[in-house]
Design a protein around this ligand. Sequence first.
Ligand code: F6R
Length: 367
Amino acid sequence: LAADDPDFMGREIAEQPETVERILSELAPRVSTGDLWRELGLPHFRRVAVLGCGTSLNAGRIIAHAFGAFGAIVNTAVTASEAGAVVLDAETLVIAASQSGETADVLRALDELQTGRGRVLALTNSMHSTLARRADGVLNCSAGPEIGVAATKTFVAQVVTGVCLALSAMVARGTILRAQADAIVDDLRRTPDRLENAIAVSRQWVPDIVESVRDAQGFLFLGRGAGVVYAAEGALKLKELTYRWAEHYPAGELKHGPLALVEEGTPVVVIESADGRLSANVAEVRSRGGRVISIGGPGSSIPVVDGHPEAFARSGRVSQGRGGNTFAACGPLESVVPMQILARELAIALGRDVDKPRNLAKSVTVE
Ligand code: F6R
């Protein structure tokens, strides 16, 4: 595949399917038994707060959402550098998500938050990190070494590991049936294929898109529902690698302000979803001359989600039996792949160093 990419980032993007495959072969047998959660030895909790920065915070948002969707657990994602103002009660499970486990903002947040006894779980790619030593329980996201400064495979690894954790915890407390959990795990097992497909399709489609947006100075990323977090991650990758401005929004917010940014040729990346309102939002962009780059769905620029949105609506969605809520375990996880590849290829076209973007470091040990 891209094992011959000259940069680490290209190789790390290509490694995502096998990374998820490995994680699932390790975790899946312990998810629908509840053992993954039980083995951590953490106390019963009523609420969940997931803490992190940057890409880890985006992964954290998806993980927090999973606790809500699988078990109606009240959940929040906390920006670590702003944790000082956050009030938690003593029965909140705090999940600190940090690839490096050395991020100063995360460590400081643990000092500032009044966490209950024994309630901090580290989700990290570094089992020997400061965070792992500080936490009461540690879950390895097992992505293997990531050298490129921009997080790619560690993001996917955090999402899948965190969603497995949420599912396992809900089985252990009896909130979700084992059969339901099995169905979700079966769907998760399709993730490597979906990522592989997304890589293949993106390699085919993204080069032309890069040509058409090369001179654009600003980008918008839109999604609805679970797609919003992926829009955030796509915008973050584009900013850090290309040094172009990129903003993300829930698509419904467009008409409340950001639509003013759209002019002839403005690139607007849209993560398709089964939510019918999205097409009205996209029509607003098109009628102002915006260059819509849609991900997933029939006729989209990058049709990565197989048969999406219908397949998305079918696959991985599990009735929770609570107000009819449904949730695809990780949301449109594979949508991140074309955005990673778009950011990388545009950065290369602009002469940027994709492994070492300016002003950034792999491990951020200052506040
Ligand atoms: C973005 C990126 C950063 C990190 C952030 C947190 O690609 O890499 O946003 O995600 O600095 O780092 P960790 O996960 O090490 O706490």
